[in-house]
Design a protein around this ligand. Structure first.
Ligand code: EZ4
Ligand code: CO
Length: 403
């Protein structure tokens, strides 16, 4: 058996913070797992260093399910983003190790390729509708068949999803949380105009997606869904916060726009009712924040019973290790829907050398054994951790709102 003899947490900031777990076995095999929780990085680093790593030493790295259950049930305190990100990091590293020992890419261990590649969507954004459309046209020329469109809202100084250069969007920018301003009424006016312009410029063969980022009430989301229906959106993401899973029932009663939710979910219990009541169309839970491949497969299996497909979160605050894991998952899971893809910066890619590739709107995890991604620890050590927060959001009268 490959016995775990060491594990360490590596925190690095090649432009933004990433937390990585590296596990070592007595035969010299190593595995990596992503443990990045944007804006709360050091909480997961401590969870792993202080509470998880001591329990891993001496265990058989092949016993992925048993170690998962040990960390989940054994902690007594279940679920939550910090816990489940920590467990995910261990789980990813163990799948990486198992693949390396087997000499197979992880997707082969998960049942093999169920499709030719993993269809991804990219992010087109701009401060105006015209800027967003020109970014979308550039992405279409690069082969993307699915594009998320976000634009600035007239009358608001900044908007979620809109970057300075239209390409690299990085919201975790403040040493303390920055504050943005929100108006639902102003937002609700501009989005249908954006979709109308996008259909005019891009035609009907491109899938168009949009992220509402938890800002609407259920009835407002129903209204927006109706307004966008003529433009056939691929999905509306995070229409309303989902702590109350029943909220999606109200949205469903008013619109046939497909609904996606779950990038902040950390366990199957966050989406059980959404799935069983068929209130959503795509589940966005991710490898890193929802307990690793072991738990995400369980969520996908439940969703498959209800024709709900996967649409994993894939923003740049999820490290290339998560991207690799998501691609092995997406290639092999029967009810794959789509995968989010925001390209990492060259600085980040240099720290995390990887085998995955992009071509013609699709990605592929590659054929390297394991996850096919590593961390260059010497380079990582040159990028020191820098505290960074996500912004907070307020209504124009100062009321704190969902960001
Ligand atoms: O705001 O990952 O769909 N993507 C998103 C992201 C999230 C960030 C938060 O860390 O909503 O941009
Ligand atoms: Co989102």
């Amino acid at each position: 058996m490959p016995k775990i003899v060491a594990a360490r947490v590596i925190v690095t900031c090649p432009g933004r913070n990433f937390v990585t777990l590296k596990i070592e076995c007595d035969d010299g095999t190593t595995g990596v797992g992503d443990a990045t929780l944007n804006g709360r990085e050091m909480a997961v680093a401590s969870y792993l260093n202080d509470h998880v790593i001591p329990c891993l030493i001496g265990r058989d790295a092949h016993r992925i399910e048993d170690i998962w259950q040990y960390l989940y049930k054994g902690a007594y305190w279940r679920r939550g983003p910090v816990t489940m990100t920590g467990i995910a990091a261990v789980d990813m590293a163990l799948w990486d190790i198992k693949g390396k020992i087997a000499g197979l890419p992880v997707y082969q261990l998960l049942g093999g390729a169920a499709r030719e590649g993993v269809t991804v969507y990219c992010h087109a954004n701009g401060s105006s509708i015209d800027d967003t459309i020109s970014a979308a046209l550039e992405y279409r020329d690069k082969g993307y068949r699915a594009i998320r469109i976000q634009c600035g809202v007239p009358g608001l100084p900044t908007t979620y999803g809109v970057s300075k250069d239209r390409h690299h969007y990085e919201p975790a920018d403040g040493d303390l949380p920055s504050e943005s301003v929100w108006s639902t009424a102003k937002y609700m006016r501009v989005v249908p105009q954006l979709f109308a312009a996008a259909r005019e410029a891009l035609g009907w063969d491109i899938h168009l997606l949009h992220d509402i980022h938890h800002r609407l009430t259920p009835i407002e989301a129903g209204r927006l869904g109706k307004d966008l229906e003529p433009y056939r959106p691929f999905w509306l993401e995070d229409a309303t916060p989902a702590e109350n899973q029943d909220a999606f029932r109200l949205i469903r009663q008013h619109t046939t726009a497909p609904l996606a939710v779950g990038e902040i979910f950390n366990s199957i219990w966050d989406c059980k009712e959404l799935i069983e009541n068929q209130l959503i169309d795509y589940i966005r839970a991710t490898v890193v924040h929802a307990g690793g491949l072991t738990h995400l497969r369980r969520i996908a299996a439940l969703a498959d019973l209800y024709q709900i497909r996967t649409g994993c979160h894939g923003a740049t605050d999820l490290s290339p290790i998560t991207m690799a894991a998501a691609l092995h998952f997406g290639l092999s899971v029967p009810n794959f829907g789509i995968q989010e893809h925001m390209a990492h910066t060259a600085e980040t890619d240099a720290v995390f050398p990887h085998a995955y590739t992009y071509a013609d709107g699709m990605m592929h995890p590659g054929e390297a054994p394991g996850l096919g991604v590593d961390i260059d620890e010497d380079l990582a050590a040159t990028h020191e951790y820098k505290r960074a927060f996500l912004p907070v959001n307020r209504l124009e009268d100062g009321t704190l709102w969902s960001w």
